[in-house]
Design a protein around this ligand. Structure first.
Ligand code: ADP
Ligand code: MG
Length: 327
């Protein structure tokens, strides 16, 4: 953490945080809802909880301040600053409150009930997304990523576990979570780091070359492939094989049944390019013909009823889609 902070200090967003950091007891003010945790990472546990005074449900992310023997409070402050910056975007998770104890910081986040996009990627094919659903969700993801990139923030951990759904049926909206690895890009200053999850990282991360908004766009390409096919394009038997597959862009577009749409293949190919500068940007992706086709061919109601007929074999409730206009 120390070395990361030294190298990446300029890449942390440490503007004045407006959210008060409370020292009252979190447990006095919230009930943690018993049952399975919402998620768990190396340094964080996310639990569902209810604010006692309002009865509103939230997701509380408990973050350790000390990691590998280093004080990482500044990293958490950065995550809070990014959440504050993204609070105006409805594609990103909202921050409600922050608590601090001697050992932990607790980020009280808006709770989203539809689970991770990951669950649909690995589901049996009858529960997996249809291509129309993927396009619908991909537009929203790109709107969120375009917002981040306009604000010079790179997420650096875009993967199906960090994209949540407000509801699974009817298919709701996406919310991007987990700004723990995100960084601020500074003009005229190169920034390199080895981080992220092996399957999703771009070649420049593996080669310790400069990171840019294009680094996220590589992950968007991997995400699109996974949402369409249910398989991870570069995943090998071990880390080494995965890294080799990434650096050689060893990817199979043609034996996956679900990948028969040439527009979809073209979309993914415009992102999984070794040279970062040659990759499509988020704004360009939003204008790509693969995503444009949907708007002409399908209405929102069509998609909703399709999903619910498939999942419950009964008519769909009213659509919960929001406008897909850019933020
Ligand atoms: P980590 O840094 O440990 O990966 P995340 O912020 O990604 O932490 O949270 C871990 C998991 O917890 C997510 O992948 C998701 O499944 C769940 N989760 C996180 N935030 C929320 C939320 N606001 N509502 C519901 N589930 C959440
Ligand atoms: Mg995560």
């Amino acid at each position: 953490c120390q070395t990361e902070t030294n190298r990446g200090a300029t890449a942390l967003l440490l503007d004045n945080i407006k959210t008060p950091i409370r020292t009252e007891s979190f447990k006095e003010l919230y009930n943690v809802i018993p049952g399975k945790e919402l998620g768990r990472g190396k340094f964080a546990i996310v639990k569902r909880c209810m604010e006692k005074s309002t009865g509103t449900e939230y997701a509380a992310k408990f973050l350790k301040k000390r990691r590998k023997g280093q004080d990482c409070r500044v990293e958490v402050l950065h995550e809070i600053a990014v959440l504050e910056l993204t609070n105006t975007s409805h594609r990103m998770i909202n921050l409600h409150q922050v608590y601090e104890t001697l050992t932990e910081m607790v980020l009280v986040l808006e709770y989203v009930a539809g689970g991770e996009i990951f669950n649909h990627c690995v589901a049996e094919r009858d529960e997996a997304f249809t291509q129309e659903e993927v396009k619908w969700l991909m537009r929203q993801i790109l709107e969120g990523v375009a917002f981040l990139h306009r604000n010079n923030i790179v997420h650096l951990d875009l993967k199906p576990q960090n994209i949540l759904l407000t509801s699974a049926c009817p298919l709701g909206d996406i919310k991007i979570v987990d700004f723990g690895l995100s960084r601020r890009l500074c003009q005229n200053q190169e920034f390199r780091e080895i981080m992220g999850t092996p399957e999703y990282v771009a070649p420049e991360i593996l080669n310790y070359e400069p990171i840019s908004t294009a680094t996220d766009m590589w992950s968007i390409g991997v995400l699109a492939y996974m949402m369409l096919t249910g398989t991870s394009p570069f995943l090998g038997e071990d880390k080494q094989e995965t890294f080799l597959n990434i650096s050689q862009i060893n990817i199979d577009y043609y034996t996956e049944n679900e990948l028969q749409d040439l527009s979809a293949i073209h979309f993914i190919q415009s992102l999984l390019i070794k040279e970062p500068k040659s990759r499509a940007t988020a704004e360009e992706c939003l204008r790509h013909h693969w995503l444009q086709e949907q708007a002409q061919k399908k209405t929102e109601e069509n998609i909703t009823s399709e999903i619910c007929q498939r999942e419950h074999a009964k008519p769909a409730p009213p659509s919960s889609y929001s406008s897909s206009s850019s933020e």
